[in-house]
Design a binder for this molecule. Structure first.
Ligand code: ZN
Length: 448
């Protein structure tokens, strides 16, 4: 069987790097008609060990900070003998690289092809520098053809930020280079692309795929009604990819109903690129094990956690030369499972629980905001815009009514009762009709 090949392959003039060997590895998979998605676990582990050692050697040779931290951790050479030993490699904390353009740069500055920035919602931004080869060669080596069904028959609308951040351009490259998909670069509410124009363009070009955030997918659906564009008729999508903000499975299912197509999650970051991709079973993210090695650690001790135990997600990039991330502490919470997925993909499954700082402490328990959202969205009369406000251990939910005949008082009572039953804690409920919509990241949690 011949796999769908990349639509375009790029070479960068006079360029070689520590990653050349992996071109051959992925070429061989291609020739055998397989992707990394269904390799036996041992083969994935072998690849991980080789790629991690190649990365360790690269950062040791080209970056003083990385080298010094390895030396301080007792490394005489940049090498581990087994994946278990990865736990002895120092972790990289966000605050060490925040606001610093050079600290973990592993190439000459003139080799940089593009710089991306995190949104810096919690302080100074983090800069990530990619070489041209990172973007156009290495990042496209691993294929996930079980997870991505897009082809040159599709038209993909990308409603993600193109300014500074990685997502817009990252998806654009993936669709164009890997699948040959026509792309509509909508962005997210930039001055060239107001919502009505974006919807109009999706209709005119018969978009089949949309990549956006959960809140923007809800916003576009809501606004389509205002502009008289019928989802499922005027715009007939096959697939929505959600990224950038997490959300609950119930929020996802609501989007599926509204848009009339399958909706899947994609987990990645500007620092690390792709980390996890949801398959059609919708039971967690398959780790993109061609691109990253994911570990879970106890956030307070840094100790590696076994399968099934929740902790902080730590990511090591495997195919980066500009700015490899070695054991990067993401600040996100989740746990790993060995894949026993019905889809047949052997790559580990990651269950995401949200960001560490946004956990809600209620009645002595820590709740992921996604879980609270899940309970809230179980009520069909509640809209998709809401706020969770914590004040001195008390939760106030601000919610909007959605296509309901209930009075505001009845709805508030329903929410109060339902939440008390689900979380065993009483909360305050305020029904509003004016929760602000946003083009940026939706802010839903307020802690004071
Ligand atoms: Zn699966």
């Amino acid at each position: 069987m011949k796999l769908q090949s990349h639509k375009m392959t790029v070479s960068v003039d006079e360029h070689t790097s520590h990653l050349e060997a992996f071109k051959a590895f992925f070429k061989r998979l291609d020739d055998e008609g397989v992707t990394i998605e269904k390799l036996p676990r041992e083969s994935i582990d072998d690849y991980h060990l080789q790629a991690i050692n190649a990365t360790l050697a690269h950062v040791w040779d080209n970056n003083a900070f990385y080298r010094q931290s390895l030396v301080e951790a007792g490394f005489a050479e940049p090498k581990i003998d087994s994946l278990e030993q990865l736990a002895s490699v120092p972790m990289l904390r966000k605050d060490v690289i925040r606001g610093d353009k050079m600290k973990i740069l592993c190439v000459e500055p003139k080799e940089i092809g593009q710089v991306h920035l995190t949104s810096g919602t919690s302080g100074k931004p983090i800069y990530t520098s990619y070489t041209l080869a990172d973007q156009y060669v290495y990042d496209l080596l691993p294929k996930y053809l079980e997870l991505f069904k897009e082809s040159d028959e599709d038209v993909a609308a990308i409603a993600l930020p193109y300014e500074f951040a990685l997502p817009g351009l990252g998806w654009q490259r993936l669709f164009q280079f890997a699948f040959g998909t026509a792309v509509l670069s909508l962005g997210k509410g930039g001055y060239m692309a107001p919502v009505d124009k974006s919807l109009e363009l999706m209709k005119e070009y018969q978009a089949t795929v949309l990549a956006t955030t959960p809140s923007y997918a809800a916003l576009l659906a809501e606004e389509s009604e205002r502009y008289g564009i019928k989802l499922g008729e005027d715009i007939r999508l096959k697939k929505i990819w959600l990224t950038g903000e997490g959300c609950s499975a119930t929020f996802r299912e609501r989007l599926e109903q509204w848009w009339g197509c399958e909706v899947s999650f994609f987990y990645g970051s500007t620092e690390c690129g792709v980390v996890g991709i949801e398959c059609s079973e919708h039971r967690g993210y398959h780790v993109a094990e061609g691109h990253v090695k994911v570990e879970i650690v106890d956030p307070s001790t840094g100790k590696k956690q076994p399968y099934g135990k929740t902790g902080e997600i730590v990511v090591t990039t495997l195919l980066r030369e500009g700015m490899p991330m070695v054991r990067y502490r993401s600040g996100d919470i989740g746990y790993l499972q060995k894949s026993q997925c019905a889809c047949g993909i052997t790559m580990d499954v990651l269950h995401l629980r949200g960001r560490m700082e946004s956990m809600l402490r209620l009645g002595g328990m820590d709740y992921s905001p996604f879980l609270i959202e899940h309970f809230l969205m179980e009520l069909p009369d509640v809209g998709m815009w809401y706020h969770l406000k914590m004040n001195q251990g008390e939760l106030t939910i601000e919610a909007e009514p959605f296509r309901t005949t209930l009075s505001d008082e009845q709805l508030a009572d329903n929410i109060r009762e339902h939440m008390a039953e689900r979380i065993g804690v009483n909360c305050n409920v305020v029904v509003r009709r004016d929760i602000p919509r946003t083009f940026g990241k939706a802010t839903r949690i307020f802690q004071s």
